[in-house]
Ligand binder design. Structure first.
Ligand SMILES: Cc1cc2nc3c(=O)[nH]c(=O)nc-3n(C[C@H](O)[C@H](O)[C@H](O)COP(=O)(O)O)c2cc1C
Length: 192
């Protein structure tokens, strides 16, 4: 029966070097398909679930393993605080430590990499994921959701962070934007 990420080792947090990003994280075993070839991994980051819908569909279609990218310290629940934190992390080049890394990344040939656009670019934690795993010789297939403003400089950022990987053209799509939903609900509530 499929099960969520199993955490094998608890390691103490280390400073934020590239090695630290790897060592600070627990090793995670991706959720695996019982009969799959295990050569395809779907790794994704999501806040509100849009990207996860696509990740799970790819997983079903490709008989792939599934890995959720998460920061060791979760982002705030509050939308505005998350936007502010993401902006400051991106501006300073901060790479948040990961909650877990893929323990057996070497077995995968193809990595579908999914994320939402944050501040017109790749979210910091997705950059952490790329830094923490050796993807050289692998094919990285991005799938990206955004709130209507496009994918910004994501292709260039992916090229610079996925060192040695072959980068396939990205699948991109507009999806619900949390900000728009919040504004509409706030407007509705204030009329009551
Ligand atoms: C911190 C933050 C920053 C965002 N920045 C952008 C942006 O610059 N451009 C855009 O089109 N959408 C932006 N969005 C909207 C998300 O990209 C979009 O809603 C995405 O589908 C969310 O995916 P998820 O549900 O998998 O988290 C942002 C959302 C958040 C939370």
């Amino acid at each position: 029966m499929p099960h969520d990420l199993q955490r094998r080792h608890l390691l103490r947090a280390l400073p934020l070097t590239a090695a630290g990003l790897l060592l600070a994280a627990k090793e995670g075993v991706a959720q695996q398909r019982p009969n799959g070839s295990q050569r395809v991994l779907v790794a994704y980051f999501t806040r509100t679930g849009n990207t996860e819908v696509i990740a799970r569909q790819i997983r079903r279609a490709q008989e792939a393993s599934l890995f959720r990218i998460e920061p060791a310290t979760p982002y705030p629940e509050d939308y505005a605080l998350t936007v502010a934190q993401a902006r400051s992390e991106t501006q300073s080049g901060y790479l948040p430590p990961l909650a877990q890394v893929v323990a057996d990344i070497g077995r995968y040939r193809t990595i579908y990499l999914g994320f939402p656009i944050w501040g017109m670019t790749v979210p910091p934690v997705v950059r952490s994921f790329l830094r923490a795993h050796d993807l050289s010789g692998k094919t990285v297939v991005p799938f990206i959701t955004h709130g209507g403003y496009g994918i910004g400089n994501s292709t260039e950022i992916l090229q610079s962070f996925a060192t040695g990987a072959e980068l396939a053209p990205a699948f991109t799509m507009e999806a619900d934007q949390e900000r728009r939903t919040l504004e509409q609900v706030t407007g509705w509530l204030s009329r009551k």
